[in-house]
Design a protein around this ligand. Structure first.
Ligand SMILES: [Zn+2]
Length: 144
């Protein structure tokens, strides 16, 4: 099922609020049938302070997307009682030797305050400047 922007926002919000007080993590795909969201389990040892995705689950999600002709357009995660902004740890995890680990993929960071959605910021990496740039519009960047 293809999601509209309000449906995507509702799906991401529900998942990230449910993940509270842990960090939630998910993936947004886009393909011939439209936009789809995959909630992923956070298997980090300290899920309130970071996220990790089970490798098997991540590979399975990518294979399903490839079969459907979809590409990864965004990775979403939340900061419980934190800021809707990339942390230094996020930047360190998504850029290695000046190269993105997921080229061309938006990074979306949501702030979940006391279990409730507060804000979301969208970032894309600018290779020439070697830094992430924040985009206005939040989840709307998926549909641009
Ligand atoms: Zn983060």
């Amino acid at each position: 099922m293809s999601l509209t922007l309000p449906q995507l926002r509702a799906a991401v919000r529900a998942h990230l609020e449910e993940a509270y007080p842990g960090e939630g993590v998910g993936a947004v795909w886009r393909g011939p049938l439209g936009v789809r969201y995959t909630p992923l389990a956070n298997v980090a040892k300290a899920p309130r302070r970071g996220f990790a995705v089970d490798v098997g689950a991540w590979v399975a999600a990518q294979k399903a997307a490839a079969r459907a002709g979809e590409r990864l357009v965004a990775l979403v995660h939340s900061h419980p009682d934190g800021e809707a902004a990339l942390s230094a740890e996020d930047v360190a995890g998504f850029v290695v030797d000046g190269e993105e680990t997921y080229p061309g993929v938006f990074l979306l960071v949501a702030a979940i305050e006391k279990g409730a959605w507060r804000a979301l910021s969208a970032y894309a990496y600018e290779r020439d400047r070697k830094e992430f740039r924040r985009f206005k519009g939040g989840l709307a960047v998926i549909f641009m």
